[in-house]
Design a protein around this ligand. Sequence first.
Ligand code: UDP
Length: 324
Amino acid sequence: MKVFITGGAGFIGSHLAERLIETGHEVLVLDNLSTGAMENIQHLVGNPAFEHRIGCVTEAPLVAELVDRCDVTIHLAAAVGVRLIVEQPVHTIETNVHGTEVVLQAVAKKQKRVLLASTSEVYGKSDRVPFSEDDDLVMGATTHARWAYACSKALDEWLGLAYHRDKGVPVTVFRLFNTVGPRQTGRYGMVLPSFAAQAVEGSPITVYGSGEQSRCFCHVHDVVKSIEALMMEDSSIGGVFNIGSDREVTINALAEMVRADAGSASEIVHIPYSEAYTEGFEDMMRRMPNVAKLERTIGFKPTTALEKIVSDVVAEQRARRATA
Ligand code: UDP
């Protein structure tokens, strides 16, 4: 199959491109290199199964041309990362909503298969863990910038499902939970690469809030295998799927694990949310996916152990530091 990946030079997109080429597909990537980077896909350039274009997912004629050349589109391009969202709310809302509109209009013309990336952020402040796909979404007030991201992605989901119902477009939505692994940068505020870089440098490891909040971290290799399996499985059409790990860890425990893996003497410090983000920032205490629906549909669920994930990320940060 020929697969069009928007945001294909990003952290997840570049791993997905690599995986699909390995399993015999052809890949066409579009990326504007805003949070993505050429270095993520440099090793694929020159491979006859790989092609890339630099451009924005909001450029409708370009997107239409690339959609037409492929059998299936996987739409990952988005403004992501809590820090970016809090700092650039207009950019976040416009990129996420308009980009998805452009993609859906293009696939609808030719009734082509599309998979839309969404996020666990859409569950918002719900405390009913684990989160299942049909659960209510509990968003915060519009005065808190964080929720603009959740709302923009929820709107993407509604639009995608509406195209499926109204126009019969074969749409699948997947919600990604804290995906981590090599190539993720800490620049946009993601916790694991930030901790790993701090531990390797020997600088303080910055835990925000009490550190008793927890997350489930999923290896990007498990994530891209799951996306590929949803793409190959027609029964996923019209559905929404959680993709993530169901092993929970507190941020305090994660900081300890990273420090131990790195053999680092870094101090672990706690920073109030108001200093780390902005005044009134709202975090969620727990976020865990129910992955039963994913497992039922594709026959497996993410399994990479957290210890292995942490050691992969620490090793990468050490290698980056050595070459910097
Ligand atoms: N966090 C932290 N230190 C950092 C970055 C993040 O303690 O340097 C916390 C953050 O407040 C949140 C968790 O780690 O509770 C996960 O943050 P991330 O931005 O990676 O993902 P989120 O789950 O918030 O989307």
